[in-house]
Design a binder for this molecule. Structure first.
Ligand SMILES: *[C@@H]1O[C@H](CO)[C@@H](O)[C@H](O)[C@H]1NC(C)=O
Ligand SMILES: *[C@@H]1O[C@H](CO)[C@@H](O)[C@H](O)[C@H]1NC(C)=O
Ligand SMILES: *[C@@H]1O[C@H](CO)[C@@H](O)[C@H](O)[C@H]1NC(C)=O
Ligand SMILES: *[C@@H]1O[C@H](CO)[C@@H](O)[C@H](O)[C@H]1NC(C)=O
Ligand SMILES: *[C@@H]1O[C@H](CO)[C@@H](O)[C@H](O)[C@H]1NC(C)=O
Ligand SMILES: *[C@@H]1O[C@H](CO)[C@@H](O)[C@H](O)[C@H]1NC(C)=O
Ligand SMILES: CC(=O)N[C@H]1CO[C@H](CO)[C@@H](O)[C@@H]1O
Length: 885
């Protein structure tokens, strides 16, 4: 046994491996990898380093190399899935020379100096321009198609006797094929999958050339998929006998506040040519959320087990420990997301450490109760969820830790406690954040099975890849405390057929055989009780039908509840309300069950391509938030809802298929500015937060003078009184099944509207809006005053167009020019207007409804002040200083 001090430092060293994946920035990765990971490595551990930097990239709209997955790569790439095929047929790598050996891009001698220098994660399409040839508006009109080649010198990877070297790619869009030193290693076609390649057999000393080919066919997605190596990439070096990829599986079958059973399976892989005797030891430490490291106190130790692992095989050991007085993981705000770390050490026959591996997990129980909903640690948690696409607005699909964290912070501010990863596996870090921040997650794979939604979507891969993709997804994500359900299909076209049922049963069987501790779900928009799919998944997941689509209140909940009395029901997709931030269209027609279908309708301005932000207008399948709330409240056995969507997202520009770049569904717009709807959800989901929010703005032109201009209020109070220019318009009580206060007969005259909300008879919150003056200046603010100078961390700079008194001018659309001084760059700008086709990197951006955004990144190694200034003709400009540290 090592002495105590050494034990702690080696614990930290071990944990660097997991921290690498969760650290905010490349800088902290570097810091950790030199400090802690180096010591772990010296102690015989593994090393996992980021290889995001230093790539060369080129995109080709015509196939430049004669390669194609379908025509010549497939047979060579299929064996990559073998580790994840249990029931199906494994594939054998063909003999002979693999394709691509004659392509110059894979050769060391190829001169790539004319190619673009890029750092990963990288989305080749996000810079635009919009209107890309051959790209549908549903894919966002951005140039996602074509073949992309990435090259990098892999001097970090070294051949060493007894070592294995792996390339871990968290996500590459799509049809990845990887060559090392001119030889095809393998690949993975599904663009949302994480995958590992064993580079060991292809390494040549430390002088290695890595080349990765991606291929995005046209019509492969119903939304903006992004393009490129858009997630993190890692190089893992370990002893050839090591803990396998996704090689641990922690479960907590018995949990009380006094004690918990933690079961752990550790899979050990021996890639060497000799049988190996291996000792497996695991200790459990609490996770220190503040330091983002394990604590030093061992709370439980698994009994050491010694196994013989034959050459070229894997072997698992199972153990069980009791943790007394466990700190449970649970969703905020009622619970705390405590985590633990299991540190596994493999030792050779003479006691030398040969591998170290950390597994972060949570101790918690989940129950799915048909009459009540989800219980976490015995407590009922009503699910206040959003559906989330993977893009990050103007940053595209390229994963960024800060941008993702900011989205989750905003959702939490609104009261969200549940996330649906619609409709594909998220970046691994998304789940790390969900664990740490205390969200529950419905983790989703598959938007289609065999029947397509668009020609080249996953339907072309399903037969060959569904088992590998499904098992790989489950193994990657199974240790996340936040994940409470596996969704294996969204609005699957075959949802009502007998064939669909057969297929669903086989997928359900795979999930059950791989990961039985969570229930499964499907998102069903048309299947009825007793038809194809509802019979198969554990949880009944309904898209829209539970609330009643359109204006009808005819709910599918009772029929499903009657037919499946033992299954929990949740609304996997709700509302789909559309709106343009800050845009109000008159007359305001309709009540809380208003829908507008498709086509010209009240609440829409088809010429302007806008939808009114009274937050009432949904397409034919949707419902206002208010109607969804009412239906959820009428059927209290329903576990909760996942609103479509938290944020606007690129592509699928409903309702305007032409003329818009992004959807209108978001509660928050593409730039991250809150629509009025944010406060309607906050009022319900954070009932104890005193808040009131008035709409519309009160700065209309002469054309609204003396005209009926309804005033609506979103408040967590139970009563509210509206004053128009000091005159009361009456005090209203929120009746049962009402979720907003409405004064629909207010006549517009300039001045001030003010609401006073009450709760239990006492003043609870106030809000007011007044008629503003002309735009006078730009008010520039930043989300964080200091960012890491690591080439990755971001500052989000907001510009508000304000009048002489500092009030936002609600319809301001001034042309703003951004400029930056200091060691950083403007990555992108936006304003949340779905119609704005200015390329995202442009430093010139019109304000929209009073606001514009610039995203600033500090250079790698930057220290000091970065000044971002904003100017506009006729206005006093503004600036903000961000410290890079
Ligand atoms: C668009 O599609 C046509 C027909 O398939 C093809 O000839 C052309 O090269 C494509 N253009 C681009 C820029 O992808
Ligand atoms: C233990 O065995 C390994 C090979 O398995 C060897 O590299 C190492 O030097 C040995 N250590 C000791 C202390 O004998
Ligand atoms: C494996 O295949 C057999 C025969 O096709 C089938 O009965 C069984 O349900 C399958 N198991 C899983 C986990 O898919
Ligand atoms: C709400 O409006 C719809 C038409 O949009 C109408 O059919 C319905 O009766 C109205 N409901 C109430 C309660 O006024
Ligand atoms: C609005 O109403 C007021 C009072 O009735 C009247 O004096 C004024 O002329 C009206 N203004 C317009 C633009 O109609
Ligand atoms: C203007 O900037 C100040 C900080 O400089 C900030 O507190 C205030 O909220 C901003 N106002 C608007 C309308 O953005
Ligand atoms: C991708 C990359 O950095 N390639 C470089 C590898 O090294 C050779 C020789 O130093 C350079 O010519 C390449 O540009």
């Amino acid at each position: 046994m090592a002495p105590p001090m050494r034990a702690i430092s080696s614990v930290r060293g071990l944990f660097c491996l997991a921290l690498l994946a969760v650290s905010t920035t490349g800088r902290s990765v570097a810091r950790l990898s030199t400090r802690a990971c180096a010591s772990a490595n010296a102690a015989g551990g593994r090393e996992r380093i980021s290889i995001n930097d230093g790539w060369r990239f080129s995109r080709f709209t015509e196939n430049p190399d004669g390669l194609s997955y379908e025509d010549n790569l497939k047979e060579w790439i299929l064996p990559q899935g073998n580790d994840f095929i249990v029931n199906g047929t494994k594939h054998t790598r063909p003999s002979g020379t693999a394709p691509g050996a004659d392509v110059e891009y894979v050769q060391a001698f190829f001169d790539d100096s004319a190619w673009e220098k890029v750092n990963l994660p990288h989305d080749w399409a996000i810079k635009g321009p919009f209107g890309a040839p051959n790209i549908s508006t549903s894919e966002g009109s951005l140039p996602v198609n074509g073949v992309g080649w990435y090259r990098r010198n892999l001097s970090e990877a070294e051949t060493a006797a007894g070592k294995s070297v792996f390339l871990d790619i968290d996500g590459a869009m799509s049809y990845a094929a990887v060559w090392l030193n001119g030889e095809l290693v393998g690949g993975w076609p599904y663009g949302y999958a994480s995958f590992r390649l064993d580079l060991t057999p292809y390494l040549k000393g430390s002088d290695n050339t890595l080349a990765i080919r991606l291929d995005n066919p046209l019509d492969s997605s119903r939304w903006y998929p992004g393009a490129g190596i858009y997630r993190n990439v890692w190089l893992v070096t370990a002893d050839e006998t090591h803990v396998s990829q996704y090689g641990t599986y922690a479960t907590t079958p018995e949990v009380t506040s006094e004690s918990a059973t933690v079961n752990l399976v550790v899979s050990v892989e021996n890639k060497g040519s000799l049988s190996r005797q291996v000792g497996v030891v695991t200790k459990v430490y609490p996770y220190d959320a503040a330091l983002r490291e394990p604590g030093s106190e061992v709370v439980a130790s698994f009994t050491k087990q010694v196994i013989n692992v034959a050459a070229g095989t894997k072997q698992s050991v199972r153990g069980s420990v009791t943790v007394t007085d466990p700190l449970l993981w649970g969703p905020v705000p009622s619970q705390t997301p405590n985590l633990y770390v299991a540190m596994t050490t493999l030792t050779g026959s003479n006691g030398t450490v040969i591998d170290t591996y950390s597994t972060r997990f949570g101790i918690r129980s989940i129950e799915y109760v048909a009459e009540q909903g989800l219980l976490v640690n015995g407590e009922h948690v009503y699910l206040q969820g959003t559906c989330n696409h993977h893009d990050l607005g103007s940053l595209g699909a390229a994963f960024n830790y800060r941008a993702t964290h900011r989205q989750l912070e905003m959702l939490q501010e609104m009261g969200v406690n549940a996330l649906r990863t619609s409709h594909n596996p998220p970046a691994p870090e998304f789940l790390e954040m969900a664990d740490e921040m205390g969200f529950v997650v419905m983790d989703e794979l598959f938007d289609v099975w065999l029947e397509p939604k668009v020609t080249n979507d996953y339907n072309v891969l399903f037969a060959d890849w569904h088992e590998a993709d499904l098992r790989s997804f489950l193994r990657r994500d199974r240790n996340h405390a936040s994940v409470v359900a596996w969704s294996f299909g969204n609005e699957i076209p075959e949802q009502s057929s007998a064939d669909g049922r057969t297929l669903a049963r086989s997928l359900q069987a795979i999930i059950l055989s791989e990961e039985p501790t969570r229930q499964t779900s499907l998102a069903l928009n048309s299947a009825k009780p007793g038809t194809g799919l509802p019979d198969t998944a554990d949880i009944i997941g309904l898209n829209y039908q539970g609330e009643g689509q359109g204006t009808t209140f005819e709910s599918a909940f009772p029929a499903f509840h009657a037919q499946y009395p033992d299954k929990m029901i949740w609304s996997t997709e709700t509302s789909s309300v559309l709106s343009t931030r800050g845009t109000y269209i008159f007359p305001v027609v309709g009540n809380s069950s208003t829908t507008v279908g498709v086509g010209p309708s009240p609440g829409w301005d088809e010429a302007a391509l806008t939808v009114s932000a009274y937050e009432l207008y949904a397409p034919s399948w949707g419902s206002s938030p208010d109607k969804v709330f009412a239906q959820q409240d009428r059927y209290p056995y329903v576990a909760g809802e996942f609103v479509w969507t938290g944020f606007d997202y690129l592509g699928e520009p409903t309702p305007y298929d032409t003329g818009a770049r992004s959807s209108y569904f978001g509660i928050i717009d593409l730039a991250g500015f809150k629509k009025d709807r944010f406060y309607l959800y906050q009022a319900r989901w954070r009932a104890n937060l005193p808040m009131a929010h008035l709409l519309p703005h009160w700065s209309f032109g002469a054309e609204r003078m003396n005209r009926t201009t309804p005033v609506h209020v979103f408040s967590s109070g139970d009563e509210a009184e509206l004053f128009v220019n000091g005159v009361s318009k009456g005090r209203k009580v929120k009746e049962e099944y009402e979720y907003r206060f409405r004064w629909d007969d207010v006549v517009y005259t300039p001045g001030e509207i003010k609401v006073v909300a009450y709760k239990d008879g006492a003043v609870w919150a106030e809000d007011s809006k007044r008629t503003v003056g002309a735009a006078a200046q730009l008010n520039v603010t930043v989300d964080r005053a200091t960012i890491d100078g690591d080439g990755r961390d971001l500052a989000f700079v907001t510009v508000a167009v304000v009048d002489a008194d500092g009030d936002v001018v609600p319809e301001a659309a001034n042309a703003i020019t951004f400029a930056l001084e200091g060691p950083g760059e403007i990555v992108s700008t936006d304003n949340g207007d779905p119609r704005d086709m200015t390329p995202f990197p442009s430093p010139e951006r019109n304000a929209f409804s009073g606001y514009a955004l610039a995203i600033v990144r500090a250079d790698r190694g930057a220290v000091g002040e970065i000044t971002l200034s904003a100017s506009a003709d006729g206005l006093v400009g503004g600036e903000v200083v961000v410290q890079a540290a």
